[in-house]
Design a protein around this ligand. Structure first.
Ligand code: 5GP
Ligand code: MN
Length: 332
């Protein structure tokens, strides 16, 4: 993969640009995609941001959300945009399979593809890009990209709100170790460009439905197992559990982090039963590498302290298998 600077000549004249991100997009996925969208539009390009699937309700306020296509609802328009594009940007994932429905179309596309991402082990399928696992978020990297293009002055409150969203959500509100001095400098700069940060915290953290809050209470009381011996905890949610409290897609977002607030717990897992697979989310504190854990045992990947995976075995078997692995590896 060539450096992203090598792609700058391609951006010198107005282009049709397709931007996409991973399936089940989170704050960093949507924030980086729309932050880049607003910037490229300001530069005179014709840009179509496409999410591979629906976005969680807590992101529905984000600037530019109405300009975005959802592949699951608009497959024809999405593929048309991909076919007509002269350039493709891929944000916050580094393996086409993470886009689910768009995987085949992206693999077939012959236009130059540009990657901006912070996950470990990118697949060698991009022409240009930035792949920096040390970065807090893809949003931080879009900010770096705008600066590399010498366009800091173009940052406005829409771009700032999009980029802040991803940095805030991927750093656990600026508390994970990836929150470097550069992250804080970036946020200060976004504030100089009109960012009102507390509005975004409210949109994301203080916009729960009553049901979601009660669901959290139920999950912590009934569905969380703590294994002090292994400094680990597990939350497992069946389809039946997800049917309680009328929970919406996105309402289980963040549940996996709660056990890490228990003193001594350094490894947290969420197992969720879905229609076509069992989804796993892993989080850790300190030196337990959940990215290689996910890769080794659950066909997944991600970051050192936050990763995910999936299995085709049944929900019950997955839980039993996970507990067996836990006792075998005995994390400390
Ligand atoms: P989450 O638990 O929020 O789904 O995912 C945590 C992190 O792991 C995210 O950065 C996500 O991109 C990554 N991740 C989640 N599931 C998978 C997967 O199946 N494969 C890979 N390679 N990464 C994943
Ligand atoms: Mn991210």
């Amino acid at each position: 993969m060539r450096s992203i600077q090598d792609a700058f000549p391609l951006l010198q004249s107005p282009k049709k640009i397709f931007i996409t991100t991973h399936h089940k997009p989170d704050g960093d996925a949507i924030g980086s995609m729309l932050g880049l969208y607003h910037y490229l539009v300001k530069k005179g390009h014709q840009v179509t941001p496409v999410s591979p699937g629906e976005i969680p309700e807590f992101l529905e306020w984000i600037p530019g959300v109405n300009m975005m296509l959802n592949y699951e609802e608009q497959p024809k328009e999405s593929i048309k945009a991909l076919k007509e594009a002269e350039l493709i940007f891929c944000l916050d994932f580094n393996d086409f399979s993470r886009t689910k429905h768009l995987e085949a179309a992206l693999a077939e596309a012959t236009q130059p593809k540009i990657l901006i991402d912070h996950h470990l082990f990118p697949k060698p399928v991009w022409d240009y890009g930035m792949s920096i696992p040390e970065k807090s978020s893809t949003c931080e990297m879009v900010y770096d990209f705008i600066n590399l293009c010498c366009d800091n002055a173009l940052i406005d409150s829409d771009i700032a709100e999009c980029l802040y969203t991803g940095v805030m959500t991927d750093t656990g509100s600026f508390r994970f170790p990836v929150t470097t001095a550069s992250v804080h400098s970036m946020i200060a700069n976004l504030m100089h460009h009109g960012l009102e940060h507390s509005k975004i915290h409210e949109h994301i953290y203080d916009s729960w439905s009553e049901n979601r809050m009660r669901f959290l209470g139920y999950v912590l009381i009934e569905k969380m197992e703590v294994f002090h011996k292994y400094n680990a905890a597990l939350i497992s949610l069946s389809k039946k559990d997800m049917g309680l409290f009328n929970v919406q897609s996105g309402d289980s977002e963040g549940l996996v982090n709660y056990p890490l607030s228990i003193s001594g717990i350094r490894f947290a897992t969420l197992i969720t039963e879905r229609n076509d697979e069992v989804k796993m989310s892993f989080r850790s504190k300190g030196d337990f590498d959940v990215s290689s854990f996910a890769r080794q045992h659950f066909d997944g990947g991600g970051h050192f302290n936050a990763s995910g995976g999936r299995t085709k075995t049944s929900f019950k078997e997955t839980i039993a298998n996970f507990k067996k692995i836990l006792s075998d590896i005995h994390p400390q």
